[in-house]
Design a protein around this ligand. Structure first.
Ligand SMILES: *Cc1c(COP(=O)(O)O)cnc(C)c1O
Length: 433
């Protein structure tokens, strides 16, 4: 498969180049050259297939030309070591629970898949690589756990000292092995600046191969299409015959863009809703046709605190930059923190279901817009206990699952660094491949 840059269709890359470089050299995002439709037989059989089997068919569409069948199958099956169950919340609204992976958030799917694809490509090229990732919390845990014990890859996670929750910190500082946690005396922006400077440092790069693992990477972005198929497969025949509306709590728009790609592969989704918190640039674009990226504001659904969603370029590209076409498939919604709190309370009391602050926006956008003969699915993007401080303020004490507790019992290991580049560079020189 050839991948092109959203900035210039003639600027193309192989799978290996797209995955290792992440971003195109013109700062565009890579897109697959073709989005092939899956055959009718696939949709007829889908409810009899396992999640892993259907994901393998989806993966073949994008990666099948570059990765032999047996290897790709192993990568997909190994990535999806957990299910994404569809849980009924009201008569016509379902929650697609994407929090059954190792770090209890949907980013596990992309993180695990990308780690395995990168591991495979490096083995083919007999190379080792170092992944640098700056995190304000959740990305670091999904990437670190995804890459844990993958041969040929060392991961350095940079995080701001004292600015991530105890639970988040434990998820990437207790692994050891090929994962090194760097506790930076500074802010998230400082962490990101250190990573950026390293990527521009030709001297450092002459000694070490460096790559990033952020959400713009095609190997993190495309596998998110898998669970849209799994959601549809779990609907009853009667529901499958109805219009299906999918609502996605959105920040950088990677997740929803993967859903749109699933639809273009033939998945019968009628409409998508991009649910926003107060960071509502997408909502505003849908209403007005004007796109005004700006600084993000802090909310209780903090994984959606994005003021300039990077995957917006992909949405524009899929619809030839045509606002009218985009509005035919995409709706928007936005919720304040107070509204999110009220939704969580109401869903818990009325339907005995606990939404996390992100999923709550998805639920509410369906409840207020679905007609009686439509079926709604919202993506429950993380387990509510990941945000237990916020959740406890809203609902009182909530249960923390064993999987999260297990991280809490382990010993934190991290290296403390200042926010000075020279110190960071010396550490990379000593410890990187
Ligand atoms: C990352 C994240 C989102 C936003 O997903 P995008 O792909 O960036 O739109 C929503 N909810 C949770 C819990 C997340 O971690």
């Amino acid at each position: 498969m050839i991948f092109y840059s959203t900035e210039n269709k003639n600027n193309t890359a192989s799978l290996s180049e797209a995955v290792i470089n992440g971003l195109a050299d013109d700062k565009g995002l890579y897109m697959p050259e073709k989005i092939k439709k899956l055959p009718a037989s696939f949709f007829e059989n889908i409810s009899n297939m396992s999640f892993q089997e259907m994901a393998f068919e989806v993966a073949r569409n994008f990666f099948g030309e570059d990765i032999p069948e047996a290897d790709l199958k192993e990568i997909v099956f190994d990535t999806l070591s957990f299910d994404t169950p569809l849980v009924k919340v009201t008569e016509n609204i379902h929650s697609l629970e994407l929090f059954h992976g190792p770090t209890l958030a949907f980013k596990d799917v992309g993180g695990r898949f990308m780690a395995r694809i990168l591991g495979y490509l490096l083995r083919e090229e007999k190379e080792n690589v170092n992944v640098l990732v700056a995190t304000s919390g959740d990305t670091g845990s999904a990437v670190a756990n995804g890459f844990y014990q993958v041969d040929g890859i060392k991961v350095f996670v940079l995080y701001p000292k004292g600015k991530v929750s105890n639970l988040q910190e434990k998820q990437f500082t207790t692994l050891g092995n090929n994962i090194t946690a760097l506790e930076i005396d500074g802010t998230f922006d400082d962490c990101q600046a250190l990573v950026k400077e390293a990527f521009m440092d030709q001297d450092l790069k002459s000694r070490h191969k460096l790559t990033s693992a952020n959400s713009i990477n095609v190997a993190r972005f495309l596998p998110q299409a898998f669970y849209y198929f799994n959601a549809w497969a779990q609907l009853s025949d009667e529901e499958k015959a109805k219009e299906v509306v999918v609502s996605v709590p959105s920040g950088n728009l990677g997740n929803i863009t993967a859903g749109i790609i699933a639809q273009q592969m033939g998945l019968p989704i009628h409409r998508f809703i991009a649910a926003n918190n107060e960071n509502d640039v997408v909502y505003e674009y849908i209403q007005s046709g004007k796109y005004t990226p700006r600084k993000s504001v802090e909310t209780i659904a903090n994984a959606m605190d994005v003021g300039a969603p990077s995957n917006f370029a992909r949405v524009l590209d899929l619809y030839q930059h045509d606002h009218g076409q985009i509005c035919q498939i995409l709706d928007g919604a936005r919720y304040s923190d107070q509204q999110i709190r009220d939704i969580i309370k109401k869903v818990a009391n009325t339907h005995q279901y606990i939404c996390d602050p992100h999923g709550a926006t998805g639920f509410a956008s369906l409840e207020s817009s679905l007609s009686k003969d439509q079926v709604g699915i919202f993506l429950e993007t993380a387990h509510p206990a990941k945000f237990h401080e916020t959740m406890e303020q809203i609902l009182g004490e909530i249960e923390i699952p064993e999987k999260l507790k297990a991280f809490l019992d382990k010993e934190k290991k991290s290296i403390s660094l200042s926010n000075q580049y020279q110190e960071f560079k010396e550490l990379i020189d000593q410890q990187a491949y």
